[in-house]
Design a protein around this ligand. Structure first.
Ligand code: 8LE
Length: 465
């Protein structure tokens, strides 16, 4: 087996390393090696990470002792797939019992370099503790992934996401810094900031841009209002995480058409930072590759948490290979995806999520025996002429029947919407395969997301969470 570049645990990357400028790969061996050889190396690493977690955290020790599992037992993939998954509820409990970081912090607390957290406004927050050395390793890994996207030293990277508890923006920033880029940590979310972003983008003309997909579309609308064509920003690559969108065909196309840039999808979960370990590349721009030597990604049956065969749908389960602060070992995501293993145009030998991560299990709408992904509604509406750019999905129970109402904006004036309402309603209904009550509303009346979109309002009692 060819020696894998800087493959060690605990991990320490050479902070001065940069690839040969002509190389499409940061680490040519690790990225293009025989996947079976890579997997064999990962299995050894998983045992090491588990030994480390078992000996440094009561969380993992108790969890594994309860099922009589020892890290040394992990000598096969069958054995690894029986490691019980970690749920978000367990982490919340651990942090309630051992504030503020829970008993799954494996490093000395003096090592903690950054504290981030869940950005939701309801429920108990979860704190993320990131070690100083981990932060460097995260930067290195994500710089490597940015390299794969075609970002290069000296490029200006415009970060248009919240700089607060949210890890997305900080992760993009630290990666770009490690890559020797020029970072513009613009942020998002303050009053009037989107219009100012338009001005800055037009003036600075960055090469790369990071945000949530909803925010990019919002930015394009604001630019249009300011009479600026987003293509004038001259962006080369736009990379997105945080929600489905960059792999939803019509959303992706809307962003590409507005900005004239390559759209790249990436992102797992904040807990999993380096969260870009699932990411497309410049030459494999669609879907997301699973960079298996950075984080071990499995796609599993949501009941048994055994991996499903390539070609099948399941829920992602993630394991850190390099984190020493709060390593996640088989973290259950509750998301939905499908994975495949095929030849990738970029030459990387990683499995791929051809449709990205297309939804959360608990956001799927169950209506009269059918499942509807909210992203399908987005995908459909986005290619309808005269669509106003935003919509809402309301699910309610009328009598004994569930009803799905889609309320969508249109740019058509009131009085000229009859055909639009009829055709969009029936088109949506046959696309989704469920009955839909369709209503149009004036453009620019529904709320735009500054961060992640929340478009579903489920008014049914039994699904209230
Ligand atoms: C489809 C990954 C990050 C830092 O951008 C993020 O949003 O982390 P966070 O706040 O922990 O949220 C994670 C959840 O966002 C995932 O479980 C998934 O439901 C969604 N998500 C993140 N990136 C994507 C995504 N869904 N495609 C993505 N690229």
């Amino acid at each position: 087996m060819a020696a894998m570049e800087e493959w060690a645990f605990p991990t320490r990357y050479d902070q001065d390393y940069l690839p040969d400028p002509s190389s499409p790969y940061w680490f040519p061996v690790r990225e293009t090696m025989d996947p079976a050889e890579r997997d064999a190396a990962v299995l050894v690493r998983l045992r090491e990470v588990m030994e480390y977690a078992y000996s440094t955290s009561s969380f993992y020790k108790n969890k594994w002792d309860a099922v009589d599992l020892k890290p040394a037992d992990i000598t096969s993939w069958e054995a690894f797939e029986q490691v019980p998954v970690v749920t978000k509820a367990e982490m919340r409990q651990s942090q309630a019992d051992h504030p503020p970081f829970g008993d799954y912090v494996c490093c000395d607390e003096s090592e903690i370099h950054h504290i981030h957290g869940t950005s939701g406004t309801t429920g108990a927050p979860t704190a993320f503790a990131l070690g100083r050395r981990d932060w460097e390793v995260i930067a290195d890994n994500q710089a490597r992934i940015l390299w794969g996207m075609g970002v290069r030293p000296g490029d200006t990277v415009f970060v248009a996401a919240l700089f607060s508890l949210y890890l997305g923006s900080w992760g993009a920033m630290t990666a770009a810094e490690r890559l020797r880029c020029r970072v513009l940590p613009f942020g998002a979310g303050a009053q009037g900031m989107t219009a100012r972003a338009v001005t800055w983008l037009a003036r600075v003309k960055p090469a790369a841009f990071y945000a949530t997909p909803s925010y990019a579309l919002r930015l394009a609308e604001v630019a249009e209002k300011e009479k600026i064509d987003p293509r004038e920003f001259g962006l080369k690559v736009m990379f997105f995480s945080g929600e489905p969108g960059a792999s939803v065909p019509s959303v992706r196309k809307a962003i590409e058409d507005s900005f004239g840039a390559t759209v790249i999808d990436c992102g797992t979960m904040a807990e999993m930072t380096p969260f870009m370990s699932a990411s497309a590349t410049k030459e494999t721009p669609e879907g997301m590759l699973l960079w298996q030597d950075i984080v071990w990604h499995e796609v599993c049956d949501p009941e048994t948490f055994r991996t499903v065969p390539y070609g099948s749908e399941g829920t992602p389960v993630y394991t850190h290979l390099e984190r020493t602060s709060q390593p996640m070992i088989r973290l259950a995501s509750n998301d939905l995806t499908r994975w495949v293993m095929e030849d990738n145009p970029c030459g990387r030998t990683y499995p791929k999520l051809p449709n990205g991560v297309y939804g959360r299990i608990d956001d799927m709408i169950h209506i009269r025996g059918e499942n509807v992904y909210p992203t399908e509604v987005d995908n459909y509406l986005r290619q309808v002429a005269d669509y106003g750019g935003e919509h809402q999905i309301i699910v309610r129970r009328t009598g004994s029947m569930d009803e799905m109402i889609v309320r969508a904006e249109t740019t058509l004036p009131d009085g000229q919407r009859e055909a639009f309402d009829r055709d969009t309603g029936s088109g949506l209904q046959s696309f989704l395969g469920v009955r839909v009550t369709f209503e149009s509303v004036d453009a620019n009346t529904l709320e735009r997301a500054e961060h992640k979109s929340r478009r579903v309002v489920d008014e049914r009692e039994h699904t209230k969470r």
